[in-house]
Design a protein around this ligand. Sequence first.
Ligand code: NAP
Length: 396
Amino acid sequence: MSATHIENVERKNLVILGSTGSIGRQALEVVEAHRERFSVVGLSAHSRGDVLMEQVRLFKPKVVGISDREVADSLRETLKDLGVELFTGEDCLCELSSLEEADLVLNAVVGSVGLPATLEALRRGKTLALANKESLVAGGELVMKALEKGGKLLPVDSEHSAIFQCLQGEEVTGVERIILTASGGPFLGKTREELKEVTVEQALAHPTWKMGRKITVDSATLMNKGLEVIEAHFLFGVEYQKIKVLAHPQSVVHSMVEFKDGSIKAQLSLPDMRIPIAYALSYPERWGPPFTTTDLERIGELTFGKVDLETFKCLNLAYQAGFMGGTATAALNAANEVAVEAFLQGRLSFLGIGDTVERVLDQHHPEKAEDLNTIIEVEKEVKEKTRLLIEDRGGG
Ligand SMILES: NC(=O)c1ccc[n+]([C@@H]2O[C@H](COP(=O)([O-])OP(=O)(O)OC[C@H]3O[C@@H](n4cnc5c(N)ncnc54)[C@H](OP(=O)(O)O)[C@@H]3O)[C@@H](O)[C@H]2O)c1
């Protein structure tokens, strides 16, 4: 492609929710590599004001959102001097995703706090690149309904990006099965007994991916894979029975689709989130040069195996919540968010995460997930219940 051609491309007006996080920062690396293709119109942070300010100076957004009010207050004057508009508080994510000039919104915040902004972007007809899987787990039905308003949803999660790529040019009716690959995290092959004394540091040492703290713990418990099963169910309209998880410690095959005729399509690359992020931001085009090239000769071997569902009960619980339907997946997610936070703060053991979520889910009576208020109420109630259960366990 000639330089003149690149100069003439239409710029995408991009908003990044959660720009200070792992996905957000990598998305800005993609933007940096393709500066002529993007105008960054909005960025958001929660607590990392210093990182946000660096990004503001580099990418010159018109607007920023800071959900933590103290951090927002500390930066108000500086932002004013730079001519950057400031949105604050929880609603800032929705305000950013509904910006008139935004045509592409990347939701890269962590947790179901991202759900309202997902809904807002889609209802406004924007293209939404979705990393925030908790949006779909907590409110999958609502998200798919909001999509009917004319927006577009592009997956960022590497597994779902892989499936999305395998499905290009295919009919969903031809799909026999979706095969999600799982690195297995740092504890693949361990027994429950061996996981009794797991420390936060050990759980955060992921062998193949460098990610935010919450998703890294979710990867170690395999709840992340469970959340991805639910995410895949909603994104691709495939029944839970047809979504299989396979352990694949190299994290090179990011997922696969098996078709009715026996063919299996897969998408491969070395583990580098900038690849699926760039695909979502460039879709339907593909832009080079690549961030990472994948030398299969050097990789040599790709292996696949069964996942131990007894040790990693969180994956089973996610299927269970999926089968229960309605608000059950929101309840699973809310309980998990509280349990992971407690683990990271040393108030709950590693195995306690799954045990606690199991107890919460067993006691949950799902309602229809018809509107955002129902989900917010269920989440509030479940989070409170989970906190009490964790207190009762006394750190175990
Ligand atoms: N990291 C990966 O490789 C990866 C891969 C696939 C999918 N995902 C998904 O992508 C999402 C982000 O993951 P991550 O690893 O990038 O997480 P992360 O590094 O922890 O970043 C999370 C982002 O969300 C912001 N945030 C946190 N709490 C918030 C709140 N209450 N309100 C508004 N914003 C809030 C953070 O702001 P501050 O940093 O300023 O506090 C940060 O910008 C998650 O849903 C994860 O499951 C991540």
